[in-house]
Design a protein around this ligand. Structure first.
Ligand SMILES: [Zn+2]
Length: 241
């Protein structure tokens, strides 16, 4: 995944990204154009229209322009959450579509999963431009199936290095190994559907893992200083200690 960072000149901040932002969502767009990501970003930075977005993705690269702690004008909802609280991502080549568009969509899904992981978010944080205002955008992504795109992101989210390749879904060959949580807090659930929250793992906390069940790590973790443990499931399966 190749990410190219292009710097928005500070003297354009007042036009393109005037407000500080603490992002809460990711908004997906289609460019309705046939230009590549670098061209879309260059054009956006170069003109003096208010319209702006944080990232453009084509079939080969991801190009960022506006830092995620600044707003951008992409959602058509004025000072609403779309413009003021979301990271705007454009998927290129949507005008004609075809293979290069589908590859751009795929790369975008991978990149969105990467961002969700960084923020500790789930796919419910992904919005369509259409969710903020009436514009039919991302037009081709919607035409091809919005749930299909969310599923693509979810698949990337769940793509992880298995701790035991030989653990079966029914739990056979289970054995326990200690692993360490990553740099963000991990929510632990009572079930593999991740609906019933029972606790959390602190960043870098160690816990015992029995294996992977329905793409969830089954973990045993300390709930207090008295050697009391709980068993649960979490989404993130990181490095083995
Ligand atoms: Zn849009």
């Amino acid at each position: 995944m190749q990410i190219t960072n292009v710097t928005m000149p500070k003297n354009k901040y007042s036009i393109k990204c005037p407000y500080e932002m603490n992002p809460e969502y990711i908004t997906i767009h289609n460019t309705a154009n046939d230009a590549n990501a670098m061209s879309e970003i260059s054009y956006m930075i170069g003109n003096n229209n208010k319209t702006s977005f944080h990232v453009a993705v084509d079939n080969e690269r991801i190009v960022t322009a506006i830092p995620f702690n600044r707003n951008a004008w992409h959602a058509g909802d004025g000072r609403g959450k779309g413009n003021m609280k979301s990271i705007g991502i454009e998927i290129c080549y949507s005008k004609t579509g075809g293979e290069r568009f589908e590859q751009a969509e795929k790369l975008c899904a991978e990149y969105v999963a990467y961002l969700l992981k960084q923020y500790g978010w789930g796919i419910e944080r992904i919005k369509k431009h259409q969710d903020w205002s009436r514009k039919y955008c991302p037009h081709r992504t919607i035409d091809l199936g919005w749930p299909r795109f969310l599923n693509m992101v979810q698949a990337y989210l769940e793509e992880q290095t298995p701790i035991y390749n030989n653990v079966k879904n029914d739990g056979s060959e289970e054995k326990m190994k200690t692993y360490q949580n990553g740099s963000t807090t991990e929510v632990v659930y009572a079930d593999t559907n991740c609906t019933n929250r029972i606790g959390s793992l602190n960043p870098r906390e160690s816990c015992d893992c029995f294996g992977i069940f329905n793409n969830r790590a089954m973990v045993r973790y300390k709930v207090d200083g008295n050697n009391n443990y709980k068993i649960g499931f979490c989404k993130w399966i990181g490095g083995v200690k």
